[in-house]
Ligand binder design. Structure first.
Ligand code: FES
Ligand code: FES
Length: 154
């Protein structure tokens, strides 16, 4: 069965059709050609596919495209302001928190939600905010450095 998905992504109204079985991640990547959100485990374990859904970070691989109907969604493509990267994106670059980069969009989304909530996150806040995001490359120290640097810049 095909559905019409009317939703808002990165502040723009979007309307496209999707099969009822399509995940939100497939809808973003395959239907809308928005490849910034990454597909990795596809089982809700790694956080590579994290997006902001009605203000909260969620794993789009285990969310159905149909759930996007009427929702407000922000993806990694929605963070930069033209050519100017979002402070969280810039901080990840400046601290060397990006290696393969596969996990990075998901981390950045989770960190953005955290720093929208508080500009002075505690160690516990940070641990909780990125607890659903797995990075296999950097270790987490540089990512934590990036979070502190971004908090200073915001
Ligand atoms: S790809 Fe969605 S949680 Fe890993
Ligand atoms: S930078 Fe490679 S998995 Fe995180």
């Amino acid at each position: 069965m095909s559905l019409t998905i009317n939703t808002t992504i990165n502040g723009k109204s979007v309307s496209a059709s999707a099969e009822a079985s399509t995940s939100l991640l497939e809808f973003l990547r395959d239907t809308l050609e928005m490849k910034g959100t990454k597909l990795c485990c596809n089982t809700g374990e790694c956080g590579a596919c994290t997006i902001i859904y009605n203000g909260k970070p969620i794993n789009s691989c285990v969310t159905m495209a149909a759930d996007a109907i009427g929702a407000e969604i922000t993806t990694i493509e929605g963070l930069a302001d033209g050519d100017k990267l979002h402070p969280v994106q810039q901080a990840f670059i400046d601290t060397g928190a990006v290696q393969c980069g596969y996990c990075t969009p998901g981390f950045i989304i989770s960190v953005k939600v955290l720093l929208d909530r508080t500009k002075k996150p505690t160690a516990e806040d940070i641990e909780e905010a990125v607890s659903g995001n797995i990075c296999r490359c950097t270790g987490y120290n540089k990512i934590v450095d990036a979070i502190h640097l971004a908090a200073e810049k915001l």
